[in-house]
Design a protein around this ligand. Structure first.
Ligand SMILES: NC(=O)c1ccc[n+]([C@@H]2O[C@H](COP(=O)([O-])OP(=O)(O)OC[C@H]3O[C@@H](n4cnc5c(N)ncnc54)[C@H](OP(=O)(O)O)[C@@H]3O)[C@@H](O)[C@H]2O)c1
Length: 245
């Protein structure tokens, strides 16, 4: 069987990186993106020769156009797309600036929206799209209003796309991680002490007794990308170790 080709946006660290590693171990061909060259080079070096890295800022529509052109010329069509690139910065509602609002929405929602739109011509029939949202969509956390809005917006389009793209053989499902140990916490501007407190809290209150790791999410994403889940549409798999029960 021909190797399945999967694109992961934001595959340089954390969840995207773990998914790339897992898919490569199962003999998929994986293309990852990221916006920081150093992180991309490091990730591609670690992931090996079956992984292709392309520098692409998901919040830039011209970058997305270029990304699609590059992938089309090198690979033709692809089997799956994991919409994973994202960022989080904590801010209480009253202090959320227009700049943070735009940055968050541009990366987490607008970028995701137009990435999906622009990839449609190079998605095979059948193919699978997986959206990485978050438990914030259904459980409230203080200081996450704009992040929550961006992830809720992303989740909301899955059902529409499943109807509009059905005749092209494209299906869309959702992975909804709980708090997962990854570089996102440090990038968010949290202090080491605040990160440790957060991770300790979610470890001690979780039914699994530990924090969720990116490697816990990878097999779930592979399932949603693979033929094993071919009859699922708009399905959401919550990967939080039971913390929201
Ligand atoms: N960790 C959690 O607790 C958690 C929980 C629920 C959902 N999520 C979601 O999971 C996804 C991955 O997060 P993570 O925890 O794995 O964090 P992470 O390690 O910071 O990974 C984020 C990835 O997205 C990339 N990225 C960010 N902005 C980008 C942009 N404008 N263009 C292209 N790539 C961009 C990053 O690349 P650079 O290094 O180049 O910036 C990196 O590869 C995010 O969508 C996040 O919202 C995370």
């Amino acid at each position: 069987m021909k190797k399945q080709i999967i694109v992961i946006t934001g595959g340089t660290t954390g969840i995207g990186f773990a998914c790339a590693k897992y898919l490569l171990s199962l003999d998929y061909t994986v293309i990852i993106t990221g916006r920081t060259k150093e992180n991309l080079d490091t990730a591609v070096f670690k992931l090996g020769e079956n992984c292709v890295g392309i520098l692409s800022d998901t919040s830039s529509l011209s970058d997305i156009d270029e990304l699609v052109l590059k992938i089309k010329s090198q690979f033709g069509k692809i089997d799956g797309l994991f919409i994973n690139a994202g960022m989080f910065k904590a801010s209480n509602f009253e202090e959320t600036s227009e700049e943070l609002f735009d940055e968050t929405m541009n990366i987490n929602f607008k970028g995701a929206f137009f990435t999906i739109q622009k990839f449609i011509p190079i998605l095979k029939n059948p193919s699978s799209i997986v959206l990485n949202t978050s438990i914030v969509v259904f459980k409230s956390f203080a200081n996450t209003s704009v992040y929550t809005a961006s992830k809720s917006a992303l989740e909301s389009i899955a059902k529409v796309l499943n109807v509009e793209l059905a005749d092209r053989g494209i299906r869309v499902n959702i992975v909804s991680p709980g708090v997962t140990e990854s570089p996102i916490q440090k990038k968010s501007g949290m202090s080491d002490e605040a990160i440790n407190n957060l991770l300790d809290h979610f470890s001690s209150t979780s039914p699994i007794g530990r924090i969720v790791q990116p490697t816990d999410i990878a097999p779930i994403v592979e399932f949603l990308l693979s033929d094993k889940s071919q009859v699922l549409r708009n399905e959401k798999i919550i990967v939080d170790g039971g913390t929201t029960l």
